[in-house]
Design a protein. Sequence first.
Length: 230
Amino acid sequence: MLESRDDRVANAVVAAVPGAVPTDAAPTNAVPRSTERVAGPTSETRRAVVLATIELIDRMSYPSVTIDAVARVSGISKSTIYRHWSSRQALVLEAYAYKTNGLTAVADTGNAIEDLRTYLGKLAYCLTFGGAASTISGLIVDAVNDPEFAVHYRATLLRERRRTFLQILSKGQRRGQIRHDVDLTTAVDAMHGAVHYRLLVSGQPIDEDFVNGLTDIVTRGLATAHAEPK
């Protein structure tokens, strides 16, 4: 039964909008350490719970993804789930990261501007697939209201997203495509912040036009003269 659920989740993740997910979208290093498959019943229990949570994220709003619901879908008792995760928020965060880390993997094409565009496009796609928008909005709100969870959120999902942005931009600097006199962390805040502004505040679409416009605006301030978008 576990294997069939695994297959369903994998198929759901890979069955993205054409062109949104590359064939190498699920590298082995995209799986969070706590959910890697290793021998023993503990790892199998964690994996079953995470996959059940992903199923619920894909079809339900964030408030509906409760420990009770996860227990019903996974067949794992609530007491066992709480032995592995301190809270519902921590479980949903791990499941969301497990699902989206592979979807947001970006191959290094040698062109930092286009890699940045690709990464923003994949982040946008992740926010429009299933119940992802409700999930990430709920996690952010919980992080605002719960300082302890905020530390965990920033140290996991947020750090991973920022790391990928910075990797792309740093490679661009080494190739002479990105200026060396700009603050890359501020640039990342501007890009990631614009996405979350639309998600949490304006409600405007996070679509291809937005991604292209944001990439072009930001990179005109980041790119060296020969690398600016035309």
